[in-house]
Design a protein around this ligand. Structure first.
Ligand SMILES: [Zn+2]
Length: 435
């Protein structure tokens, strides 16, 4: 079976236009990497927004800089700036929105190149944020610019946003824009996160963070029988989890195409555990005072599947606690929800999915793989606050390199994904195609 039709004239010209902009795409990626937008604390957001403003204004985008006042972390030293750029076509039609986060995570150790140098070596651009996700942002910009140069008559609108704080939850970025109604005028969203050029990410698993506290009674450590040890109570909780909860979670499998394979089941991470006195700093020579802990706290990070609902997820944990309580004298607990994100998965028949799939076939000559992310990303806000289901993540770069030393993005990958994005624009906004 033949996967693809021969390219149309317009597609051939669009592909050639992107090939001609290869050096420009490389340079743009380097320039973006050279603006160190570290989060935390949220540095240079205004600088990168100004840079994007200049670039996109030149090709006729109307731009808007939006500061997320009162978002977590927003302050005079580290304002949470975002940019939303919009270019209207000749006629009314649908709006395609490319959303990229502008922040990058801490550099860490082990680099052999300058993390903010944007060095080009053997067809790869190196730097913090190269694949996650300044390469994707650059590819979407060049895709839009090539589309504007080649296709004079088109309908609808193209939007490109650069948003803050994805790496810390996206509350000063996409969540803020969604709350302000920016996604009401949008029909299709592509998030160019580094998912590999031939994969479309449909969504992510759910998240439930909670803190469990067990209570005890303080007493002198030489006479623990006069108190009640909260840490031993927490030990009983962990024991019950090992006996019943972890085996049950391992049995739950999803039909979501989650990668990697291990994340196709429900998972629970014990994020932290603390009981009794504050820990003594490693460099201190002081000794603790002998006390029976009257409190122990544990933070859990439960990732759940689209087949599970959040009430069951919570009931499972309270079930563990109630079973311990029934069999253990003096046991009492509190549980507090810290954070929740429901799982989301865009339907494979959604227009943005079928469009990007077809563009991958035309560009790469193969069928795309559909994947779901084990962790969440900004799609959660577009889904929950923006009420828009027609959203995917698609972009250049290798996911495993994100947040690692010597992070890079391949120039060939960026060129290929820019073609996929431009072909998608052509399908969604271009003139009716003649074979
Ligand atoms: Zn990212």
């Amino acid at each position: 079976m033949e996967l693809t039709q021969p390219l149309t004239d317009m597609q051939t010209r669009l592909a050639a236009e992107i090939d001609a902009r290869r050096d420009d795409l490389t340079l743009l990626t380097q320039e973006l990497i050279r603006i160190p937008t570290l989060n935390p604390p949220g540095e240079n957001y205004r600088d990168i927004c100004d840079f994007l403003d200049r670039r996109l204004s030149k090709v006729g985008f109307q731009t808007e800089l939006v500061r997320a006042h009162w978002a977590p972390g927003d302050c005079e030293a580290y304002p949470r700036w975002n940019i939303v750029a919009r270019r209207e076509g000749n006629r009314p039609g649908e709006c395609v929105h490319f959303n990229s986060h502008i922040d990058v995570v801490d550099v860490g150790k082990g680099w052999t190149t300058d993390p903010f140098g944007g060095e080009l070596k053997d067809g790869k651009v190196y730097g913090r944020g190269a694949c996650d996700m300044k390469g994707g942002l650059a590819a979407s910009i060049v895709a839009a610019e090539a589309f504007l140069a080649v296709v004079p008559d088109w309908q609808g609108a193209i939007e490109i946003s650069g948003t803050a704080d994805e790496e810390s939850g996206g509350f000063g970025g996409v969540a803020y824009l969604a709350e302000k109604g920016y996604f009401k005028r949008v029909d299709h969203v592509i998030i160019p996160e580094p998912l590999n050029v031939d994969r479309i990410c449909l969504g992510h698993r759910g998240v439930w963070w909670a803190e469990i506290e067990t209570h005890g009674e303080i007493a002198h450590g030489s006479m623990p029988f006069l108190g009640d040890c909260a840490v031993r109570h927490m030990g009983a909780v962990l024991h019950e989890m090992e006996q019943t909860l972890f085996p049950a979670l391992a049995q739950k499998r999803t039909d979501m195409p989650v990668v990697p394979e291990g994340a196709k089941q429900s998972t629970l991470n014990i994020n932290s555990l603390h009981g009794g006195q504050e820990e003594i700093p490693r460099d201190s020579t002081g000794l603790p005072s002998p006390c029976v802990p009257d409190s122990a706290r544990m933070v859990i990070d439960r990732r759940f599947l689209i087949e599970e609902n959040i009430d069951e997820v919570q009931a499972e944990i309270t079930g563990v606690l109630e079973r311990v309580k029934a069999g253990r004298e003096g046991f009492s607990y509190d549980i507090r929800e810290m954070h929740r994100v429901l799982p989301t998965m865009t339907d494979k028949s959604a227009p943005v999915v079928t469009t990007v799939s077809q563009a991958i076939r035309e560009t790469l000559g193969k069928d795309p793989d559909y994947v779901v992310s084990p962790g969440t990303y900004d799609q959660k806000h577009i889904d929950r606050i923006g009420k828009l289901k027609n959203c995917v993540a698609y972009g250049p770069g290798i996911l495993d390199l994100a947040h690692k030393p010597d992070e890079y993005v391949g120039v060939d990958d960026m060129v290929a994904s820019a073609k996929v994005m431009a072909f998608s624009l052509l399908t969604l906004l271009g003139p009716p195609q003649t074979p």
